[in-house]
Design a protein around this ligand. Structure first.
Ligand code: BEZ
Length: 241
């Protein structure tokens, strides 16, 4: 009965634009102080329902395979479930030693995985959603920037594995918005046109419609785009896609 001492404060839902709630936790890589241990980095804090379950195993192997891509984007991955540390260690060892899935084998999870038996961290991050489960976390993903501000939140149910290319796309998108002062249209990926200026700051409609420099494509006064080459994004973010 690992979850006997339940955290009753599970109704907190952190929001985009707020500072990431702080915590200290035991992980598979030692004790961490979050977010202060990861100063200057982006952080992806994500939860999974339970160790030794199939969807979670497929997700962890995929994240482990892509770990270097997130590292290259200056992003620290931190996982969490309400299991204990011994369960985490045994599960990650099983993944490394036994599981061969979609050509992924010998996958070593090197990022910290938090033990949260008392649901203290899960409670702070709105990861316990009783309509879905009272005894495990839903699949949450928090994107937290270098100033420790929450920038995007995803919540998925127990039965649906996440799309890790989408998780990477969101991280690259957030970094691109910051680096170039632009907004990004539907289905954006590096190399696709960007929106200028970001929504909500359209104070120069006439000049934009006149488009003297010729670099804008305006669909109407409120909707202008410009090209942004993949190579420019790569150079600014210091990565290769
Ligand atoms: C899974 O990861 O396979 C899973 C976990 C909890 C409930 C259902 C599925």
């Amino acid at each position: 009965m690992e979850n006997m001492n339940l955290n009753t404060n599970i109704n907190v839902m952190p929001r985009i634009g707020e500072k990431a709630p702080e915590f200290t936790a035991v992980t598979t890589q030692g004790t961490i102080h979050f977010p202060s241990d990861f100063k200057g980095k982006w952080k992806i804090l994500f939860s999974h329902p339970a160790d030794f379950t199939p969807v979670c195993t497929s997700e962890f192997m995929t994240f482990a395979k892509m770990a270097q891509e997130f590292e290259a984007l200056n992003c620290q991955l931190v996982g969490l479930s309400v299991d204990g540390i011994h369960s985490h260690i045994a599960w990650l060892r099983t993944i490394k030693e036994k599981i061969d899935f979609r050509g992924m084998s010998n996958m070593e999870v090197k990022f910290p995985l938090i033990e949260d038996i008392k649901m203290e961290v899960a409670g702070k991050y709105g990861m316990i959603q009783p309509g879905e489960s009272t005894t495990s976390a839903v699949r949450a993903v928090f994107f937290i920037d270098q100033n420790d501000v929450i920038r995007t939140i995803m919540y998925y149910p127990l039965s649906l594995g996440r799309n890790f290319e989408e998780i990477k796309r969101v991280l690259v998108g957030l970094q691109t918005c910051d680096a170039f002062g632009v907004a990004l249209p539907a289905d954006w990926k590096p190399g696709v046109e960007v929106i200028v200026p970001p929504a909500g700051s359209c104070g120069v409609a006439k000049e934009r419609m006149e488009n003297k420099s010729g670099e804008l494509h305006c669909y109407d006064w409120f909707f202008c785009t410009r090209d942004l080459a993949k190579e420019e994004v790569e150079e600014k973010l210091n990565v290769k896609f």
